[in-house]
Design a protein around this ligand. Sequence first.
Ligand SMILES: Cc1ncc(COP(=O)(O)O)c(C=O)c1O
Length: 385
Amino acid sequence: MVKMMRKRKISYGRQTITKDDIKAVTDVLRSDWLSQGPKIREFEEALCRYTGAKYAVAVSNGTAALHMACLAAGIAPGDEVITSPVTFLASANCVVYCGGTPVFADIDEETVNIDPAAIEKKISARTKALIPVHFAGHPADMAAIRRIARKRKLLVIEDACHALGAEYRGKKIGGGAYSDMTVFSFHPVKNITTGEGGAILTNRKDLYERLQIFRTHGMTKTPRLLTRNDGPWYYEMPVLGYNYRITDLQCALGVSQLRKLDRFLDQRRTHVETYHALLAQDSRFILPVEKKDVKAAWHIFVIQFKDAALRDRTFQALLREGILPQVHYIPIHLQPYYQKRFGYRRGQFPFAEQYYERAMTLPLYPQLRKCDVRHVVQTLIKVLA
Ligand SMILES: Cc1ncc(COP(=O)(O)O)c(C=O)c1O
């Protein structure tokens, strides 16, 4: 019998776009506003309603959101900001953009999130802020992080790019119960997408006002912030800002996607349960955990191979089989730029490095079918044989 060939490649992540998303975007295309119209505010308000935050500023991408959060936090040359080495480059680059120094604290082996005990060891007189990253959508230990921040008078910026929809101790990530600002990304593989996009959420009005100014070149028309007023056209630039604006087209997609977020999260969780059911008994793997006091948003599904050499071999073999895994992430302190500029060396963060050698991200997105998950696992077992 001729075996059916699977033509479709299965990637580690992808967007879910449905008819209502397409209609939402085409409606904007037919409207008067493509860019700075009513959809931006609508999306920001929807994000606030969903998370419980008071204010949201939607921007062009998650990296811009992190940069603006650091600017609003006043990060400047001489300041140190502590973050995880196991994250996307942007979580540390945002500090460098402001002239600050990213300082890494090793991860907790079990959750892959920054370890609060490691943070404490890295605090110096120059430390100004902490950027915990909710890795793979599993919230970091925010109660411990907030305790440290309060004791040492530090700002906390949550990098929640993986974690829209996650909960920590019964509260939605983004609501700001444990931090000053929370940053999201809406890149296509994230839990919802706007194509490219990001947002900063906060409960502090002062930060909200500064963020709005940084988004548009540092310009303001707010009368109380002007030094004079030449007329109705008048604006001033009190600080240096950027063009980090998002468009109405993107925000229309964001509003439509956000309506479906809870369904997307349920679908992700169902796939995670299938992976667990099929892989839990296999002693070659370490599977991701979900701690009791959190609800993970399951942005990515990362398994670890106890035998690191097997990871490399398996990755290649899966590619040949049409399954496209990933490795999230190469620890940032191993990047040539960080080694040259800040003197980081291999061996400084043993848990991060061990994790990197073992980790592989398997496909996880809402529109996967149960048979796809089974196929991924069967192929994984087959190539390991
Ligand atoms: C943890 C983390 N931080 C920041 C970013 C940056 O987001 P964006 O790609 O929207 O700029 C990403 C996205 O890949 C991310 O995964």
